[in-house]
Design a protein around this ligand. Structure first.
Ligand code: SF4
Ligand code: SF4
Length: 313
């Protein structure tokens, strides 16, 4: 069995809700097929809170093994570094998490808040939130960047707001199966953070030929006017569909870049920030000097079926 404890810190609970939608594997599969024993999960456990107190005591006294510790939510360090804006039984959750991570074989940050600070750490960050091992994209959060769990890994960051359900359950299945989990430079599992949201988007042909929508409810690309961050965002949303059937861009909503460590950016999520005619944020690794030349050439080359928006997204 793989003993798993899930704690919420500064959280809206969205990652838990997201994980309920996992289908490959599902939560039930994790228990039945991968042998995960959920010691405690705030939304799923039926037992009274006293059970959690007893569990925590047993884990800290080395009477209960802790294979996987999942943290959902930002680490609240205010006021004045005490963490007492987020208390648990008279102490800060911040200090509790600091003790529990030392007992865990693996620590997993579920969602951008736990990974990098996320929504609660957005300016002006009144409760002094940060992530477990990052503060936005800066290395070092509650834990220093050199910190390693008992199995020798840093905090595994399943970012997303909320995190993709299957990225969460697949990572847990890999850990429970003893499979190696390779991480990228932001400590996200490469298996689920190796493609851009742009890849697999059904509007991509419009993007290639610079056919851009200026209003919502149409068929073309949402990048140039409507704030889509798909070309800058690493996530599986368009290659592994949500609920097995859709994604933001398929539904006509721009990608908000929620898996990125600097999410949420301090600008309108539904409008593209521009200087003159050039977006401030360009597709990853595209040189500013080349962008406009590419854009006008691409538009000139667009076939009529794309120009006339005959292609359904
Ligand atoms: S990452 Fe998003 S979904 Fe998860 S706790 Fe934070 S705000 Fe909620
Ligand atoms: S809508 Fe977004 S993800 Fe889709 S092609 Fe356009 S920029 Fe890329």
């Amino acid at each position: 069995m793989t003993a798993l404890l899930w704690l919420q810190t500064g959280s809206c609970g969205g990652d838990t809700m997201s994980m309920l939608c996992a289908d490959s594997p599902s939560l039930e599969d994790l228990v039945d097929e991968y042998g995960i024993e959920v010691l405690w999960q705030p939304s799923l456990s039926m037992e009274p809170m006293k059970k959690l107190d007893v569990l925590i005591e047993a884990i800290l006294a080395d009477r209960q093994a802790l294979d996987v510790l999942c943290i959902e939510g930002s680490i609240i360090t205010g006021p004045d570094g005490s963490g007492m804006y987020d208390p648990y039984r008279g102490r800060s959750k911040m200090s509790l998490v600091r003790e529990l991570v030392e007992k865990a074989e693996y620590v997993v940050a579920m969602g951008t808040c736990a990974a990098y600070g996320g929504v609660h750490a957005a300016p002006p960050n009144p409760t002094d939130c940060l992530g477990l091992q990052f503060d936005k994209k800066n290395p070092g959060g509650l834990l220093p960047i050199e910190w390693r769990s008992r199995k020798g890994l840093p905090v595994i960051n399943i970012s997303g707001c909320p995190a993709h359900p299957n990225a969460m359950t697949k990572t847990l299945a890999m850990l429970a199966s003893g499979l190696p989990v390779e991480l990228d430079h932001l400590n996200r599992p490469k298996a689920f953070f190796n493609t851009m949201v742009h890849q697999g988007c059904t509007r991509i042909e419009y993007h290639e030929y610079d056919v851009e929508d200026a209003e919502f409810g149409n068929k073309a690309c949402l990048f140039f006017n409507l704030g889509c961050q798909g070309p800058m965002t690493v996530a599986i949303c368009n290659t592994e569909l949500w609920n097995g059937r859709s994604s933001k861009t398929r539904a006509g909503v721009p990608c908000f870049g929620c898996t990125s460590p600097d999410f949420p950016l301090d600008h309108d999520l539904f409008r593209t920030e521009k200087i003159g005619e050039v977006p401030v944020h360009l597709p990853l690794d595209v040189a500013r000097s080349n962008y406009m030349a590419y854009k006008s050439l691409a538009h000139e080359a667009a076939p009529l079926r794309v120009l006339n928006k005959k292609m359904d997204p």
